[in-house]
Design a protein around this ligand. Structure first.
Ligand code: GLN
Length: 257
């Protein structure tokens, strides 16, 4: 009898150890929850609304995140933070993955791993309708606004221009509408949203100056287990047209508002 109790206790202790070592606590995917980080200031990919697909968050990325979690038998949770903090939070283990219209750049690849790309974008210039800016080179003597930490900032930096960096796209666009800056450099789909929301603005494209960019989901370096799940879901959503449909749906919603 005593022996049996001891054995049971041992088995229980072993089971508990196994539990803490695997999926029951800690680890990258916390139990049944897959925690993503985003910066919900980037419509139509992520924004705050009264009833979103994940809590108060809605957009193309939010719908994709939800489906990735579901396909992996988990529930998606979203943590909203500054764009600049996302990769640090990922490395700290505060979040499992980043989905934030994030361009997979070589610089970022030094610290994180990226999924299969799910969307192609490019940087564009938002200017006032009567602006004489017709190409990137015309920005040389203009007041340029970018958003801190976005690839748009890196582009303008690489071109050697001086600029002012804002925390949010809406802040940069407000500077433009108020006549305090001449041009905002930002991702194409988000630019379209701002132009349809604000009178008197237009988009200027310059494909020779701005290379195309691919959005992908970031995970901690070496987290192949999670990356495989994410890739499987993304590849399915690309093949069956889900991502395309979401892009159309949210772009129409964004412009209809
Ligand atoms: N695609 C841009 C980048 O990766 C902007 C992303 C964003 O603001 N969410 O920097």
């Amino acid at each position: 009898m005593k022996r049996t109790t001891k054995l049971l206790t041992m088995i229980l202790a072993m089971a508990m150890t196994a539990c803490t070592l695997t999926a029951c606590g800690g680890g990258s995917a916390k139990g049944d929850t897959l925690t993503f980080g985003t910066n919900a200031e980037f419509p139509p990919f992520e924004y705050v609304t009264s009833s979103g697909v994940i809590g108060e968050y809605d957009g193309i990325d939010m719908a994709i995140a939800k489906q990735i979690a579901e396909e992996s038998g988990m529930t998606a949770a979203m943590e909203n933070m500054e764009f600049d903090s996302l990769l640090v939070a990922l490395q700290n283990g505060q979040i499992d993955a980043v989905i934030a219209g994030m361009t997979a750049t070589d610089e970022r690849r030094e610290t994180v791993d990226f999924s299969t790309p799910y969307y192609t974008a490019t940087q564009v210039m938002i200017v006032k309708e009567d602006s004489d800016i017709a190409a990137a080179a015309d920005m040389a003597d203009k007041k340029i606004c970018v958003i801190q930490g976005y690839t748009g900032e890196v582009c303008v930096q690489d071109m050697g221009y001086t600029y002012e960096a804002f925390k949010k796209g809406t802040e940069a666009v407000m500077e433009l509408t108020n006549g305090k800056c001449d041009v905002v450099v930002i991702d194409s789909a988000t630019a379209q949203k701002y132009v349809s929301d604000n009178e008197g603005l237009k988009i200027v494209e310059d494909p020779s100056a701005f290379a195309s960019e691919e959005y992908a989901i970031a995970v901690q370096k070496g987290n192949t287990e999670l990356l495989d799940k994410i890739n499987k879901a993304i590849e399915k959503m690309l093949a069956d047209g889900t991502i395309n449909e979401l892009a159309v749906k949210y772009t129409e919603e964004a412009t209809a508002e």
